[in-house]
Design a protein around this ligand. Structure first.
Ligand SMILES: C[S@@+](CC[C@H](N)C(=O)[O-])C[C@H]1O[C@@H](n2cnc3c(N)ncnc32)[C@H](O)[C@@H]1O
Length: 253
C-alpha cells in the first residue's frame, strides 16, 4: 500500500475532531453533534479565528484542502465565501456535505488527493489548509498544486506541524525515552506516532523554504494547548512562541 492509501485508511475511520471523547453519545451527523464538535474545536484552538480571520475574506472564491469534519469550512461559508473543498477521504466529504445541508450552506466538495488538484490554473482567490499537508506523501507537490490554482496575488493560509515543540517532546518522551530508545529523532517519532503514518514536521525556516515559490510569506508558530498540557503552568510560561506545535502561515502568490 502506498503512503497516501495508508493515510486515507487512517482518516476514513472518522474525520478528526469527531471522536467519542469529544461527542460522547450524541447522534452522529445531528445538529447537536456538529455543534459540540464546533464548540470543542474553538475551545481548544481559539487562535484559529485570529490566525485565519475568516470574515476578512468575504466574497472570495476559496478552496479548502483537507476539510476534515468541515468545522472551519463552515466558517468560510458563513463569511460569505464561494466555497470549494477537497479531502482524501469519503468520510470527510460525506460529513462536511451533511453538515452544509443541515445549515443550508453551499460548497462544491470532492474526494480528491490534493497532490493533483482537479482545477484549472488561477481559479481561486484563496486556498486554506489547516493541519493537512504534512500528512501527505509529498507535501511539496500539494503546495505546487495550490500555487498553480491560485490567482496571481491570491493567498494561501494554513498550518503545518512544528517539530521542535513541547507537544513533540512529550511524544518523544513516551515513545523514545520511556521505551529505551532515546536516540529516536523527533522527525521519526512524529512520522510513526502522530496520527496517520508518515506525518512530517517542520521548523519555521523549513516552512519558509517549502513556501519559497510564493512572493511573500508571513510565518507565525503558535504555542497550543497541546504543547502546554501536562506541565506546571509556570514551566509552560517559559516556552517561547517559536517552539509552538502549530506553524501558521499566510503566503501571497
Ligand atoms: C488532521 S485532519 C485536519 C482536517 C481539518 N483541516 C481540521 O483542521 O480539522 C487531516 C485531514 O487531511 C486529509 N488529507 C490528508 N492527506 C490528504 C491529501 N493528500 N489530499 C487531501 N486531503 C488529505 C485527511 O483525510 C484528513 O481529513
Amino acid at each position: 500500500m502506498d503512503l497516501n492509501q495508508q493515510v486515507r485508511s487512517y482518516w476514513e475511520q472518522g474525520p478528526c475532531g469527531t471522536d467519542k471523547g469529544i461527542v460522547g453519545e450524541l447522534e452522529p451527523l445531528s445538529l447537536e453533534w456538529f455543534e459540540q464538535i464546533e464548540a470543542h474545536r474553538y475551545a481548544v484552538e481559539p487562535f484559529i479565528h485570529s490566525a485565519v480571520q475568516f470574515t476578512r475574506h468575504h466574497g472570495k472564491t476559496m478552496l479548502e484542502v483537507g476539510v476534515g469534519a468541515g468545522t472551519d469550512h463552515l466558517q468560510w461559508a458563513r463569511a460569505g465565501c464561494v466555497c470549494h473543498g477537497v479531502d482524501l477521504t469519503e468520510a470527510a466529504i460525506e460529513t462536511t456535505r451533511a453538515r452544509f445541508a443541515l445549515y443550508g450552506l453551499q460548497s462544491a466538495l470532492q474526494r480528491f488527493d490534493a497532490e493533483t488538484l482537479p482545477y484549472a490554473d488561477a481559479t481561486f482567490d484563496l486556498v486554506y489548509s489547516w493541519g493537512v499537508i504534512h500528512h501527505s506523501e509529498d507535501p511539496a507537490r500539494i503546495i505546487a498544486e495550490i500555487h498553480r490554482v491560485l490567482k496571481p496575488g491570491g493567498r494561501f493560509i494554513g498550518m503545518i506541524y512544528g517539530r521542535r515543540s513541547p507537544a513533540v517532546f512529550k511524544l518523544w518522551a513516551r515513545y523514545g525515552l520511556l521505551r529505551g530508545r532515546p536516540w529516536r529523532s523527533f522527525a521519526d517519532i512524529v512520522w510513526h506516532h502522530m496520527e496517520s503514518i508518515g506525518t512530517k514536521s517542520y521548523t519555521p525556516a523549513e516552512t519558509s523554504g517549502l513556501l519559497g515559490a510564493f512572493r511573500s510569506c508571513a510565518i507565525r508558530p503558535i504555542m497550543t494547548s497541546y504543547d502546554l498540557a501536562s506541565w506546571p503552568a509556570w514551566i509552560g510560561r517559559l516556552f517561547p512562541e517559536r517552539w509552538g506545535w502549530f506553524i501558521t502561515f499566510d503566503a501571497a502568490k
